[in-house]
Design a protein around this ligand. Structure first.
Ligand SMILES: *Cc1c(COP(=O)(O)O)cnc(C)c1O
Length: 355
């Protein structure tokens, strides 16, 4: 039976990305060696890094004066590297969910942290509006897509200070205005590659300003200066990212990804709103097009487990909601197909008819 992968992360990747990466793992560029067993300093690997970097700059239209690096440690390591490198006196954080809160917790180790707004009291079912940012803060940290709660800031915010964005779960799904950010970071395993690498975009002239000694490995300058080769980078995950970047470019770039994401979301939210068994969990205007969360309507609460079992039997994978929301979450990153979303909608319709 065909499986439809709605996992939140690590998540679905385009089939050709997996196949091409697998081929290189067996025989890298016809060398007779696996991608897993070559030196990161081998002459064949530098072009992988270079092409990945240049595709990232091209796809996101990154202006001059920014660097692109790859690190290990996941997006979670950036929660501490960001304030380590960028917090001088005060940082502003928008609290939109679990990941934002974790980022804020680390920043408090380095200086004053202002929570500009929070939707915690409403279990993060909306993106707070109408707040202001302290003009003397060094940066505003935002989580552009809240993977767990299914809310998203898809339109660039208009704030008076530079932003730092955790874009782990929506990078490359839409055009972004990089010039508004001093730093953008994204763990790869949602929308870019297999797990094991984090993409970081840095504004060069904002580095080296923090008033504290920074351990070498945690200092962004180390990795910028060494072109992500200060120590051994995650070679296979970076290669898989390159394959995804080629795939995005061949499929029309981030504008096309944006269009597809909106199409998928329209189909699925359309069914959630139509179907009497289900309802969405977040405020309509803040609905994420990447992580689509829904629950059973109250009068059908007892059908949650039966629907999960029904959909699973029809090949749906990874639709269980995060424990802090419950219900269901269908993650629809770039690799998700319209066909996959339609298969899920079909399950919802059939299940409605049977009940
Ligand atoms: C998954 C996720 C993280 C954590 O990523 P790791 O790479 O596991 O550390 C952080 N932020 C967001 C928005 C995420 O979706």
């Amino acid at each position: 039976m065909k499986k439809y992968n709605f996992n939140a992360g690590p998540s679905m990747l385009p089939r050709e990305v997996i196949e091409n990466t697998a081929k290189q793992c067996l025989d890298f560029n016809g060398s007779g060696l696996s991608l897993m067993e070559i030196s990161h300093r081998a002459k064949d690997f530098q072009p992988v890094l270079d092409e990945a970097e240049s595709l990232i700059k091209e796809l996101l239209q990154i202006p001059d004066g920014y660097s692109v690096i790859f690190l290990g440690g996941g997006a979670s390591l950036e929660f501490c590297m960001v304030p380590y490198n960028f917090l001088i006196n005060k940082a502003a954080y928008l609290n939109t969910g679990t990941w934002a809160k974790k980022a804020m917790k680390e920043a408090k180790l380095f200086g004053e942290v202002v929570e500009v707004a929070s939707s915690a009291d409403a279990n993060y079912t909306f993106i707070p509006k109408g707040w202001t940012c302290p003009a003397d803060a060094d940066y505003l940290h935002i989580t552009t897509n809240n993977t767990i709660y299914g809310t998203e800031i898809r339109k660039e915010l208009d704030v008076n200070i530079p932003m730092i964005g955790d874009m782990s779960s929506d990078i490359f799904s839409r055009p972004i205005d990089v010039s508004k950010y001093d730093c953008i970071y994204a763990g790869a395993q949602k929308n870019l590659a297999m797990a094991g690498v984090t993409l970081i975009i840095l504004k060069n002239d904002k580095l080296g300003k923090a008033p504290r000694p920074i351990p070498t490995m945690l200092d962004y300058r180390t990795h910028v200066e060494k072109g992500s080769m200060f120590n051994t980078p995650p070679v296979v995950p970076i290669y898989s990212a390159l394959e995804t970047l080629r795939w995005i470019k061949a499929n029309g770039g981030v504008e096309a990804m944006d269009k597809l994401a909106k199409q998928r979301a329209e189909i699925l939210y359309g069914e959630i709103d139509r179907n009497k068994l289900f309802r969405g969990t977040v405020k309509e205007e803040d609905r994420s097009v990447m992580n689509i969360c829904f629950v059973m309507n109250d009068e059908y609460a007892e059908l949650e487990k039966p629907f999960f079992e029904y959909a699973t039997a029809k090949g749906m994978v990874g639709i269980k909601g995060h424990r802090s929301v419950g219900g269901f979450r269908a993650s629809c990153y770039n690799a998700q197909t319209i066909e996959g979303v339609e298969a899920l909608v079909q399950c919802m319709k059939e299940f409605e008819t049977q009940n």
